[in-house]
Design a protein around this ligand. Structure first.
Ligand code: PHE
Length: 342
């Protein structure tokens, strides 16, 4: 075939193939196929050398025209197809940027833990260090070592959860007193937060499961005045300097003398309300001077050392502090309740 015919045939073939090309990828291959180094247009250039010298300039021009024409066809089509492809992708991957975001629920600290942290922050600041004791303990640490008489009602199955005749769920954090006095030598100045369990009827104000913080201070020359001053200082920091306190004599087998500390009702300021059962006072902790028998049980000489101890219920404090109507709310895991304590 004459070279000029070959040129025309190639042009025709290319146009036909171009019509069938739909994607940019196919178009790229088409371009390589016709215009690549070993493609038909390059071949024509090779063949040109075998042609008659007189015809060469004219034919060369035709080949170059063909080359430019194919290139511009390819480039135009490519631009068009690419923009179509982009439109299609855009339609496919469409998203509504005005949709509201998905809410992420942030957890927060449980109100009992918040109360506990406040209490510990204050006590650590006053020089106490934190000690932990076991939730499951023996009769000795929970009762015997704390000077409970053998027939004390708290030892009754009705009040205490026993796991075996000797093993029980501690009824108070005072068991930690016995543990620390056994293993530490005075001066002892510790606080012990933890869980306690009592076999009681569950009601709005008492539960079988609750938390306490215990405090113990033992050294030479510790007096009742130190106990009172420490309680005043602590309560002032916890509830505000101005809150009025009241010390009432009370009885716990492991202290002598024993007392209970009340504060002016934080709600009604003493006028009388539901929270303070119309007495104007809230009982917040039990305390006293450590009984000589408790010191002796731990081989601490009561003639040399004296000390004080106190214990308080965290849920009870939190109920008063946050005005919570029912102690059971702490363990129901209702988010509507928990979310209020940020
Ligand atoms: N353990 C006592 C209670 O649970 C509180 C207390 C602790 C009282 C230390 C005196 C001294 O009620």
């Amino acid at each position: 075939m004459a070279l000029s015919d070959q040129i025309e045939t190639l042009r025709f073939q290319f146009i036909e193939e171009l019509k069938e090309t739909r994607s940019s990828k196919d178009l790229e291959s088409l371009k390589v196929k016709y215009l690549g180094k070993k493609g038909p247009v390059a071949n024509l250039m090779v063949e040109l050398k075998t042609c008659d010298a007189g015809e060469r300039p004219q034919l060369g021009k035709l080949i170059n025209q063909l080359k430019e024409e194919l290139e511009s066809h390819c480039d135009n089509s490519l631009a068009r197809i690419k923009s179509q492809e982009f439109e299609a992708q855009f339609a496919r991957e469409w998203l509504d940027a005005s949709l509201p975001g998905r809410r992420q629920n942030l957890g927060r600290t449980h109100p009992v833990t918040q109360m506990l942290q406040r209490i510990l922050d204050i006590l650590i600041g006053m020089g106490f260090s934190v000690q932990l004791g076991p939730d499951v303990d023996t009769d000795y640490y929970n009762f015997e070592g704390l000077n409970f008489a053998a027939d004390h009602p708290a030892r009754d199955m009705q009040d205490t959860f026993y796991l075996s005749p000797d093993l029980l769920l501690r009824t108070h954090t005072s068991n930690v007193q016995v543990h620390v006095m056994e293993k530490m030598a005075p001066p002892i100045r510790i606080v012990a937060p933890g869980r306690c369990f009592r076999n009681e009827n569950i009601s709005a104000r008492s539960h079988v499961f609750f938390h306490q913080v215990e405090g113990v201070y033992i050294d030479q020359g510790v007096t009742f005045a130190d106990l009172m001053a420490t309680m005043e200082e602590f309560i002032g920091k916890l509830l505000g300097e101005k809150v009025e306190t009241r010390f009432r004599p009370s009885y716990f087998p492991f202290v002598e003398p024993g007392l209970e500390v009340d504060v002016r009702c934080t709600r009604c300021r003493g006028q009388g309300c539901r929270i303070c059962k119309h007495t104007g006072w809230l009982e917040i902790l039990g305390a006293g001077m450590v009984h000589p028998n408790v010191l002796k049980n731990a081989n601490i000489d009561p003639e040399i050392y004296t000390g004080y101890a106190w214990g308080m219920g965290i849920e009870r404090l939190a109920i008063n502090f946050y005005d919570i109507p029912d102690i059971r709310m702490f363990t129901e895991n209702d988010l509507r309740f928990l979310e209020q304590f940020s």
